[in-house]
Ligand binder design. Structure first.
Ligand SMILES: C[S@@+](CC[C@H](N)C(=O)[O-])C[C@H]1O[C@@H](n2cnc3c(N)ncnc32)[C@H](O)[C@@H]1O
Length: 356
């Protein structure tokens, strides 16, 4: 009798403590001048360590893996690219093998040896799947890629480390690390070319979610909330997988950044991107849609564009929201995107220039 009562009291006390600490944390995040006193500065290493922890839990279960495997354009792209580019006898690394599917494609193509590495618990299922599918030339290695090492270099690195924001699954540091240590000179990365887009868009009026202070719901006016604009950058980002959300691009889409992982150096990634778009489709600027195109340089490509009917559907396209502004044809939209850590979209900041 006494023990359950004490347990209830203790659980109640810790619940109250967790709630109190949670509220303090929320309050602190809204006070940017104070956060430096409570949280250590986030350098590249801290960002990477946090992301590793998140990533290995996120991909451990079947839920995320099945979304990726059911994405037909994604799987067709990788199947075609591996069939075209992996040659019989090749030595291959599959960085982040998940269920082992890309490693299996390479093995079936005749690769002599495939190292399939993954740091998450999904690997035990990948091993079972390979046995069940009579895949014999794949060696599964349970580790983070930065800890993986072998004596003889490989001919090909396969990877699928693209996040919705392209950079947010740490693709660039992970692939460059393996490339520099374990890819033979002249070896191939699949995919290796990337275009990163950040296009001004008008959203579909019925699907657009305005900022709360823009709303008037049956004459109930929210304008006074503009004074309390949130400081949290997450509030200014939206995500969708739904093709109907973006009505049109205001300009002609062009890559804001192009990357070639065969030659890129980490230091080449800019800390600021400026882009201008001459408006060809007049309308309201609601947001900048972030998406990407991956390719192999041999005519095969994979797109996450919100206006591409053949896009790979499991990637969300992200929107960097802006205050709504009308643009006529011929006017110019300017964007300055500053980035502290490419892998952490919370550190991205964007500013829209005055109309030209
Ligand atoms: C986007 S999934 C792709 C899975 C698989 N390659 C596919 O195409 O279906 C990324 C996988 O890589 C793993 N991963 C991510 N970063 C890694 C790293 N640096 N080292 C090892 N595994 C990693 C995750 O656990 C996850 O299973």
């Amino acid at each position: 009798m006494l023990l359950p009562t004490l347990q209830r009291l203790s659980a109640g006390f810790f619940l109250g403590l967790r709630r109190g600490l949670g509220r303090c944390g929320d309050w602190l995040h809204e006070q940017p001048r104070l956060t430096g006193w409570f949280y250590p500065p986030r350098d590249d290493e801290a960002v990477e360590a946090d992301y590793r922890e998140f990533n290995l839990r996120y991909f451990a279960g079947f839920g995320e893996q099945e979304k990726m495997l059911a994405d037909r354009p994604r799987m067709d792209f990788y199947h075609a690219a591996i069939t075209q580019l992996v040659r019989p006898g090749d030595r291959v690394i599959d960085l982040g093998t998940g269920t082992g599917i890309l490693a299996a494609f390479a093995a079936r193509r005749g690769a002599a040896k495939v190292y399939a590495i993954d740091h998450s618990g999904i690997l035990k299922h990948a091993r079972r799947l390979a046995d069940a599918n009579q895949i014999e030339t794949v060696e599964f290695v349970s580790t983070h890629s930065k800890n993986f090492t072998i004596e003889e270099k490989v001919d090909v690195i396969l990877h699928e480390q693209m996040g919705d924001y392209l950079f947010d699954e740490a693709m660039v540091p992970n692939v460059l690390d393996l490339r520099d240590r374990l890819l033979r000179p002249g070896g191939l990365i699949v995919p290796n070319r990337f275009e990163f887009y950040c296009e001004p868009v008008q959203l579909n009026a019925e699907r657009r979610i305005p900022f709360i202070w823009e709303l008037k719901v049956h004459d109930y006016d929210y304008a006074c909330l503009e004074r309390s604009r949130p400081q949290d950058p997450q509030y200014y980002r939206h995500s969708s997988c739904d093709l109907g959300v973006v009505q049109h691009f205001l300009g002609v889409a062009e890559p804001a950044l192009t990357l070639d992982l065969q030659t890129l150096q980490l230091a080449d990634l800019p800390k600021e991107i400026r882009l201008t778009r001459t408006v060809v489709n007049a309308g309201r600027l609601d947001a900048f849609a972030v998406f990407f195109r991956a390719s192999t340089g041999d005519g095969l490509s994979l797109s996450s564009s919100p206006l591409d009917a053949g896009r790979a559907p499991h990637w969300g396209f992200r929107m960097l929201r802006t205050d709504a502004a009308e643009y006529a044809a011929g006017e110019v939209v300017e964007l300055t995107l500053t980035v502290k850590h490419w892998a952490e979209p919370d550190t991205w900041r964007w500013r829209v220039g005055t109309k030209g």
